[in-house]
Design a binder for this molecule. Structure first.
Ligand code: ZN
Length: 242
């Protein structure tokens, strides 16, 4: 049980999730952890919830998973987010909504911490975008390693002797002397300019992190978004990965 696939921000993109799970099985992965935002933006929220439930993997809550239980607060969202949220709510059964609402904000995975956004205040959904943000978030991290998502941009922040270094290597070997905040990127809606689905394989024995990028049929999912009547911008976003 040395290899764990850690993924985040599926955003109701079933084709991307299936591609990631197929790739993970070729990597000798035996366990999975999902860092939240199973739903939101994408065209297959119910199927993605069912799939993650059936996998019986560790799953924590993302902001979009939380928004599903909002009723009166929808006016605080911009039009794009509100439209997508109202549509997503209409697609989910009551038990599925209850399951999303019941997800914890953080969890331990062995000696690692899992959080969707930031350990500074997990339910505030702050964005850790750069080494300055990471230097604050990492102070709230009591474990050597913490895995997160939320920005949809894969990156490793490595703290070496009090200073945070930004790493974009495909493979990172964990140095026992350093602290790590790892953003695993997004399965269903990357925003780093690369539309391929992204996730991380953590090898607990070898102490390595491997960032995997996986192709899937982006155009057909973009078409599904349009067919569902969701905003065109959400379809374009998948292709342009912004
Ligand atoms: Zn997200």
């Amino acid at each position: 049980m040395s290899k764990i696939a850690i993924f985040s921000d599926v955003h109701a993109n079933l084709a991307a999730l299936d591609a990631v799970l197929a790739d993970a099985s070729t990597q000798g992965v035996e366990r999975y952890a999902c860092l939240g935002d199973v739903v939101g933006y994408g065209p297959r929220p119910a199927e993605c919830v069912t799939k993650i439930q059936d996998m019986e993997c560790i799953c924590i809550k993302g902001n979009h998973d939380e928004y599903i239980s909002y009723d009166d607060e929808l006016n605080n969202f911009n039009n794009l987010a509100r439209e997508a949220l109202i549509w997503t709510k209409s697609q989910l059964s009551s038990p599925q909504k209850e399951w999303l609402a019941s997800l914890p904000y953080t969890r331990r995975l062995g000696r690692q911490m899992l959080v969707h956004a930031s350990m500074e205040n997990p339910s505030a959904w702050e964005y850790v975008r750069n080494s300055f943000d990471a230097s604050i978030a990492i102070k709230y991290q009591t474990t050597q390693m913490c895995f997160s998502g939320h920005t949809h941009v894969p990156v490793v922040f490595e703290m070496i002797g009090g200073k945070v270094h930004v790493r974009h290597d495909e493979v990172v070997t964990i140095d026992p002397a350093n602290k790590y905040l790892i953003n695993v990127g997004s399965v269903g809606q990357p925003r780093d300019g690369d539309p391929l689905a992204c996730y991380v394989v953590f090898d607990r024995l070898e102490r390595t992190l491997t960032f995997r990028r996986v192709a899937y049929d982006v155009e057909s999912v973009a078409q599904e978004i349009l067919n569902a009547g969701l905003p065109e911008k959400l379809a374009n976003r998948l292709i342009e990965a912004f």
